[in-house]
Structure formats: structure tokens, C-alpha cells
Design a protein around this ligand. Sequence first.
Ligand code: VGL
Ligand code: ZN
Length: 197
Amino acid sequence: MRALIVIDVQNDFCPGGALAVAGGDEIVQPINALMAEFDAVILTQDWHPAGHSSFASQHPGAAPYSLTDMPYGPQVLWPDHCVQGSTGANFHMELEADRADLIIRKGFRPEIDSYSAFFENDHETPTGLEGYLRTRGIAELVMVGLATDFCVNFSAVDAANLGFEVSVRQNLCRAIDMDGSLVAAQDGMRQAGVTLA
Ligand code: VGL
Ligand code: ZN
């Protein structure tokens, strides 16, 4: 069984959004077109409470896109984004979200960020997605979405480490690409055994 995992195709990651990824909206229609080829379609949704600890606004004097140390490790501080219930947190209007079997939300704990669809940024708190996939007999994952170098990357590496067969369709992803983060992510994904298609 094979699942399409669509990572964070939300308004805030598209042009005009709070954490816009260049070309983020270009991937929506081709992702819709791909959905029919899979046994399961799963969407992830970045879903932060207002005042989330990953927001630069919660760290006096810190600039957006700067790094800080959290108890669980280094953390990029982001502009406020994907606040629960906001328009920015909604899926892109043209994404066929009704076709999803499962929508998995992440980043809802105020004190910890979650890039990956499998584990929060402490790399140990599970989201439950692994259990869902295994109990449905899904072993093969194709990942697309936003952003290549953050949430797609962390999700793909975790999935590969958990033993899933993972490929990332890079033409259906777009990157934030700060300070070489895209190349680093590509190297890390390859090393973890992810197929970069
Ligand atoms: C993401 C930064 C913060 C992502 C989510 O979806 O890649 N990036 N939250
Ligand atoms: Zn986020």
C-alpha cells in the first residue's frame, strides 16, 4: 500500500502568506492530479496556538529567521504563522483537501515546534502518524509540499528511519532555502535513504 503525504500546503506558506515560500502555490494543481494514483492521501497541517514558542514575536529582541536554543535543541524563530483557526492556517483554497483520508495536525503544543509529520522537534514525541500508517498496511510513502528544507525534509528523514520506503517529488515541493538549508536537507535526506525524485 502506498500513500501520498502532502505536507503543509497552507495559505501562510504560499505567496501572500505570513511565511511565504516562493512558488508555493504552483504545486497545488499537480498535487491534486497525483492524488488518484494512491491508496491513501494524507495531509499535514501546521497548527500553532497564538503565541507559540517558535514565533520570534515571543522572544524579545529576536529577529524572524534567527536561531535560538530551546530545551530540545536549536530552533529557528519564525514570523507568526498558521495560527489555529486563522485563514493562514487553512489549506490553499484549490487543494482538494476533501480527498484526504487523514489530516494530521502538528505544532499544537505551545512549548515545542514540530516540523516532522512523525515526531515533534525533540525527535521523540510522536504525532501518531506511524501507527496510522502501519495499521493500514502502508509501507511506501511519496512526499510533496512545503517546505522542502524544513517540514518535508524532517518528515522524510523520520519516515526513512522508521523503515518506510520514502521518495520526495522535488518538483512538487518548494523550499525556504535560508543559508544553504536546501542543499543540507537534500544531503540529509539522501543519507537517510530517501529517494529524491
Ligand atoms: C514549516 C517553518 C515553520 C514548514 C512550518 O512547513 O516547512 N516551516 N513551520
Ligand atoms: Zn510552523
